[in-house]
Write a protein that binds this ligand. Structure first.
Ligand code: ADP
Ligand code: ZN
Length: 608
């Protein structure tokens, strides 16, 4: 039985429509054509070869540089009922022999191999005797000698063109720059291949840049908005990585350090915790990079400038592969630049290469210091200019630089004082805005002088102001851990209240005038979707998923993506047919998990 691409997409993967250029790529490869696919991280490269692998007769051979990546892909495919296996150095001889038997019996749709494994021994000869659907070369930029991920064995993959001229080859990468692209074409003999380029925009990533003052405190402050989320913090040196990791742990975060100075065992244990867990923060040098295909990384934070705008794009691109809202956060200051310049000067690159590196650094500095839309600058650097502001970066969201907030800040402090220093920002903002909440009534806070005196700012601006007052030490969270805000340092609070000092901060633009590009509306839709899902049911589904994942020793997202859980919590399906219509639920997952999921939904009835 052969299925067409659309049926494979629906029945096997549980998705309704191809994304961007996927449909064209799949059609081209299914028809026997070769392709070079340039698509950003999270764009959906895997389906570009997985769907043709299932539509074409024979086995598809996928060359992948990292064992962890292969294992995740094979795990995810098997969950979807696809016959997939991997051959690499971490597999036992028995497992390899079993894989080989399946391969010869025509029982494998996809075979993942490391380049070493493919090129060493006689695997190529043996494959030549079998019906093959296609070759996919993942992370194809590994052929580039200029990149960070150069893998000498990738150069030998040119042999595939010589030996298997009639079999389609599809090379895939998220590296956008034209030089790397040209290198891939020549080194892999892809002159005849059609090049497909997807937009490199990552609309669900919100870029937030901050002036660096006290990076540690700024980071901790940012992390209060990311409770329970997985993320990566990048720092310049091993020493800084260790220091930041320790500071995060001291503040109660589940944070681990990762750099090249740690033993291989420690590093792989860290990667494993990060992949399998949720809410784990890895503080790392750039040694932590390729191989992170975790889709639910919610934030990437930079406490030091990366070395180029490309590096920034790649590093921040690890956030939000699942398409849900994610944040790229960075603090930067003038002090970041000299060490980076020295680093380039001290490297053993030739003068031409050094000039290129200096140029790349300049682009990054210009990006960081710009006062126009960040995404616009980033995309035009990547060769995509569309000229509109994104509405989802700090410049678009917080256009008023250094607004004088002395008066609102005094009102905020008064609200804290009049309510007895026992309440968190949410309630204080309600009071200032004259909200009609039951809590305000029962506490009698509608009778206070500060009730309703803060209508000059909206809720988002007040929240931001409270955060900034806390970050700057005017307010502190009460020690009892209930989130109540109290006065901070006397030396700051008193002069402000007496009118002897003034305060300037950057506030977000009022909600109603925020520019609403496509990017923002996209992020808002998913956020809104997450809001309309029943939080208790979502939590129950996540707990159930974690249990399934643990039992099978798989990362949770391989069982179901967050997106799928959100849509279940939203729709509350009561029958299998209803469940089958939701995103990410194909035939195999419906069969293995359908009943269990319905049971979780039944048990978790909404509160009246
Ligand atoms: P890449 O390898 O390009 O970084 P992946 O292939 O891992 O990206 O895909 C990123 C995420 O998007 C995955 O969770 C994948 O299941 C999902 N995805 C890809 N294509 C589609 C589609 N057409 N519809 C819905 N989800 C998709
Ligand atoms: Zn913008």
């Amino acid at each position: 039985m052969t299925l067409n691409p659309q049926e494979v997409l629906r029945e096997v993967f549980g998705y309704d429509a191809f994304r961007g250029p996927q449909a064209a790529i799949v059609e081209h490869v299914c028809a026997g054509g070769s392709a070079l696919v340039l698509m950003p991280t999270g764009g959906g490269k895997s389906l570009c070869y997985q769907v043709p692998a299932l539509c074409r007769p024979g086995t598809a051979v996928v060359v992948s540089p990292l064992i962890a990546l292969m294992q995740d892909q094979v795990g995810a495919l098997r969950q979807a009922g696809v016959r997939a296996a991997a051959l690499h150095s971490a597999e036992s001889p028995e497992a390899a022999a079993a894989t080989w038997r399946e391969l010869q019996a025509g029982q494998l749709d996809l075979l993942y191999v490391s380049p070493e494994r493919l090129l060493g021994g006689d695997l190529i000869e043996r494959l030549a005797a079998l019906p093959l659907a296609l070759f996919a070369i993942d992370e194809a930029h590994c052929v580039s000698q200029w990149g960070h991920d150069f893998r000498p064995e990738y150069l030998q993959l040119a042999v595939l063109a010589e030996r298997f001229g009639a079999i389609p080859r599809i090379a895939l990468t998220a590296t956008a720059d034209p030089r790397t692209r040209a290198e891939i074409v020549t080194r892999l003999s892809l002159e005849q291949a059609v090049v497909f380029i997807a937009s490199f925009d990552r609309p669900n990533i919100r870029y937030l840049l901050r002036d660096k003052s006290e990076p540690r405190r700024q980071l901790l402050d940012f992390l209060t908005t990311q409770k329970g989320h997985s993320g990566i913090v990048y720092a310049r040196s091993r020493k800084r990585v260790e220091a930041f990791a320790a500071a995060l742990r001291a503040a109660g975060h589940d944070a681990l350090a990762y750099h090249a100075g740690l033993s291989a065992e420690t590093r792989s244990a860290t990667l494993e915790r990060f992949r399998l867990g949720s809410g784990v923060i890895v503080v790392a040098t750039i040694a932590f990079g390729m191989g992170i295909d975790k889709p639910d990384v919610r934030f990437v934070a930079h406490v030091d400038l990366p070395k180029s705008l490309e590096a920034y794009y790649q590093e921040t691109g690890r956030a939000g592969r699942d398409g849900l809202p994610a944040i790229a956060w960075m603090v930067h200051g003038a002090g970041d630049v000299p060490p980076l310049r020295r680093f380039i000067e001290d490297s053993d690159a030739d003068p031409t290469q050094k000039r290129i590196e200096h140029g790349r650094l300049e682009s990054l500095i210009a990006f960081a210091e710009a006062s126009s839309c960040r995404r616009r600058i980033l995309l035009s650097y990547l060769g995509e200019a569309d000229g509109s502001d994104c509405g989802n970066c700090d410049v678009c969201l917080e256009p008023n630089q250094g607004m004088d907030v002395t008066e609102p800040a005094r009102k905020a402090l008064s609200a804290v004082y009049r309510t007895g220093g026992r309440f968190g920002a949410a309630h204080l903002v309600d009071v200032l805005l004259g909200g009609e909440t039951a809590r305000i009534r029962s506490l009698g806070h509608h009778q206070l002088g500060v009730y309703g005196i803060g209508r000059e700012l909206d809720r988002g601006q007040w929240r931001s102001l409270f955060r900034q007052l806390t970050a700057r030490g005017y307010l502190v969270a009460a020690a009892d851990g209930h989130g109540g805000l109290q006065f901070g340092q006397d030396a700051l609070v008193k002069p402000l209240l007496r009118g002897e000092s003034r305060l300037e901060v950057r506030l977000p633009a009022p909600a109603r005038v925020r520019r609403g590009g496509a990017a923002l509306s996209g992020a808002v839709t998913t956020a809104a979707a997450a809001d309309s899902a029943d939080p208790d049911l979502l939590a129950a589904l996540k707990a159930w998923r974690l249990e399934q994942a643990r039992k099978q020793r798989l990362p949770p997202y391989v069982v179901f993506h967050d997106r799928t859980l959100v849509s279940i919590a939203e729709r509350r399906p009561t029958a299998l047919e209803e469940l089958a219509g939701l995103t990410g639920i194909g035939r195999a997952k419906l069969a293995s998990y359908g009943e269990a999921v319905l049971e979780v939904v039944r048990r978790q009835q909404p509160q009246a």
